[in-house]
Design a protein around this ligand. Structure first.
Ligand code: URP
Ligand code: ZN
Ligand code: ZN
Length: 465
């Protein structure tokens, strides 16, 4: 007998919508059957009038993120436990966070991060290993990390002072090793030297406001780094992933490279699709400091075009939520601001409202952007990102007609503010089912069980839908 059947809903995949019931056994999808009301199960969920999507995969979150600012560690509001709760509320059933190399070798870095996060997560998870040590041993260790189930890396091309930056030697050698092992190399693409030069000049002039933060990293800071990464990836034949693409120039570079067959993939985030640099001029402008910075309406338009023409295959949250108090540190000096915005709970209604309901994309595209493509690119498909027999029984039920106003207090998150506070959104997740069990309902996490597991991933062909 089935453990659960989700009846009467409209199942959505990147390839279409179909009225089928989803039967679950032992945490996996067991049956997809025409809706004739037959077939018994221990539990039934009535999804009439709802869309049934594969559980969302957020391939870019920072939980328990800490940054060294003025010799003090500043820690993001969400730890692994609270962050995965919020993620579940937002319809996610898997997140990919980071294992940041500090003093250890890459394999030990991964092992330590896994140990730190064990038995805390509400939903499944993995990590991208962030390489920072530019030495032969780092490149030599890449195969061991891939064999340990992590075929993806992140290199920060910025944040030199925080000890997170990868130089071009490390970038090049990581690409070489990635092409040998089948791994994909993600990059935070910003030119450190130009940004540091600009920052120093601005500080000399006493220009330290949030508006000046955006001036320190104009579009070419991102575009140059993307150009460099694409050049090297093309030369080596490696697959690369541009994290948080924010500029029209960057989108253009990615589009052109993809057209000539370079294995470059790009994500953007809802904040780059919805917010502009005008946020920095407000009284709470410092709260919007994130890297890369928010851009102009022209960039926003170009990113939406990139979504539509599939230059951009993924919309992640880059959830890095600092409290109002932590953000306050940067109110009069942007160099003291912890960078990052919260977003893991709102990807779905934001993209539904401004993408699907606004007529820019179809709900099938939303599924590809928020679930199937990240699962495919990072070696989780078809376990995640699919509604197929044998896939994990990870489903998010969405009410396409449900309107609600964003209130940070309603998001079951430790982050005490939202960039979207007071805006009305459509298409909220009403139920998140994770490996066959309901974990979140109507904006609340309804479990305390940490059933999430570290998922070992395989190198994948790195193709989108
Ligand atoms: O501003 C951001 N995005 N902070 C999080 C760390 C990163 O760069 O992804
Ligand atoms: Zn980044
Ligand atoms: Zn990030």
């Amino acid at each position: 007998m089935l453990d659960l059947v989700v009846r009467g809903g409209e199942v959505v995949t990147p390839h279409g919508r179909i009225l089928v019931d989803v039967g679950v056994h032992d945490g996996r999808i067991a049956t997809l059957s025409v809706q004739d009301g037959r077939g018994e199960a221990r539990r039934e969920i009535d999804a009439t009038g709802l869309l049934v999507l594969p559980g969302l995969v957020d391939p870019h979150v920072h939980l328990g993120h800490r940054v060294l600012l003025e010799n003090e560690w500043v820690i993001a509001a969400d730890d692994f436990s609270s962050g995965t709760r919020s993620a579940a509320v937002g319809g996610n059933t898997c997140v990919i966070d980071f294992a940041l190399q500090r003093k250890l070798d890459p394999a030990s870095t991964l092992a330590a991060r896994k140990a730190d996060c064990a038995d805390k997560a509400i939903i499944d998870y993995s990590f991208h290993v962030v390489l920072t040590r530019s030495e032969r041993a780092t490149g030599d260790a890449i195969a061991a990390v891939v064999n340990a189930g992590v075929p993806s890396f992140k290199l920060y091309l910025i944040y030199r002072k925080q000890g997170r930056m990868a130089d071009d030697g490390l970038l090049f050698n990581t690409l070489v090793e990635a092409s040998r092992t089948g791994a994909i190399v993600g990059v935070h693409a910003e030119n450190a030297a130009i940004a540091e030069y600009n920052t120093a000049s601005l500080l000399e002039q006493g220009a330290t406001s949030p508006v000046d933060f955006a001036r320190s990293k104009p579009n070419h800071v991102e575009a140059e780094a993307i150009n460099r990464v694409i050049f090297l990836a093309e030369h080596v034949g490696a697959a690369v992933y541009i994290f948080h693409l924010s500029t029209r120039e960057g989108a253009e570079l990615v589009a052109r490279a993809r057209a000539r067959g370079v294995r470059v993939h790009a994500e953007t985030c809802m904040h780059y699709l919805l917010l502009t640099e005008s946020c920095y001029a407000g009284v709470d402008g410092h709260r919007y400091i994130c890297s890369p910075p928010l851009r102009t309406a022209r960039d926003v338009d170009a990113l939406w075009r990139g979504i539509v023409d599939r230059t951009i295959g993924v919309v992640s949250s880059d959830h890095c939520g600092f409290s109002t108090a932590a953000k306050e540190r940067g109110s009069s000096d942007f160099t003291r601001a912890p960078n990052g915005l919260p977003g893991v709970t709102l990807r779905l209604p934001l993209l539904f409202t401004h993408g699907v309901a606004a007529g820019r994309i179809r709900v099938e595209d939303l599924v590809a952007l928020l679930s199937t493509n990240p699962a495919r690119l990072f070696g989780l498909y078809p376990r995640k990102g699919a509604i197929l027999p044998g896939s994990d029984a990870d489903l998010v039920l969405v009410d396409p007609a449900r309107r609600k106003t964003v209130r940070a207090d309603d998001l079951d998150s430790r982050v005490d503010w939202s960039p979207y506070e007071g805006t009305e959104l459509l298409g909220w997740p009403v139920l998140t089912i994770f490996r066959g069990e309901v974990v979140a309902q109507d904006g609340k996490c309804v479990t305390t069980l940490a059933r999430g597991r570290f998922l070992e991933r395989q190198p994948s062909p790195n193709t989108e839908r």
